[in-house]
Write a protein of this length. Sequence first.
Length: 246
Amino acid sequence: MKKTAIILTGVLALMAVAPMAASAQTTSIEPTTEQTTSKTQQQQVEINSPSDYIKWLKGQDGAEETLEQFSKLSESDQDKFIKYLNDVDVQKQVVKAFGSEKDVSLFGGDIVVSHKEDAPSKDTSSKVTPQAMNYTVSDSSKGTFLGITVSELRSTVTYRVSGTPGNQQIEVLSGGGMVVRNYNPIIGITVNQERPYTSADRQYAYQVNYFAHDFKGTWGLTYGTVKHTLSGDTQGREVRLISETL
């Protein structure tokens, strides 16, 4: 149900919504933090050759694995990789793929954007009463070029389920989105997260994130924005990821 995605061009926003709550009126829950925005550093970068990309990767924190994988590609595949990075039309297709709820394969499988539901987490250490339990659900999207993960996004929501079976309700504790990695020197990613909230019947917890992909250059063009809404239910399960390109 979930897949990984590439953060190349455009603005992404992850949206996971519980089907039962789609038509339900929502009730705001006071969040632990205000609406926040985080950005990857914007700088004008030119990558015209594999050697340019290798040099750039060497200056990025945590890029050792990506550097090793890229270095193992054949010369022809390295050239193809760089062409994909610099192609505006390719970047637009990647953004659109991030807005899909299904895995998307482009250019004969050279580029894949996938979404993956992470294993649910039950935090027993913060159990308040025998009838109260905290849960965390998360979803990640990855974009790979020629088998190399170029970008990865994640949305998470943590909430407390209280009550007895058949009479349980949810209280949102926290939620947010983050760029796990972005090794596309041409595109910067901005994360804008809404306050987490519950459905009117407090059976579902929601977290909405917007991932905007901006061209790193003089004009600061935005290729697109993807909205992802993540939802969890009283059983500690992610219900469904809904995404769209804005």
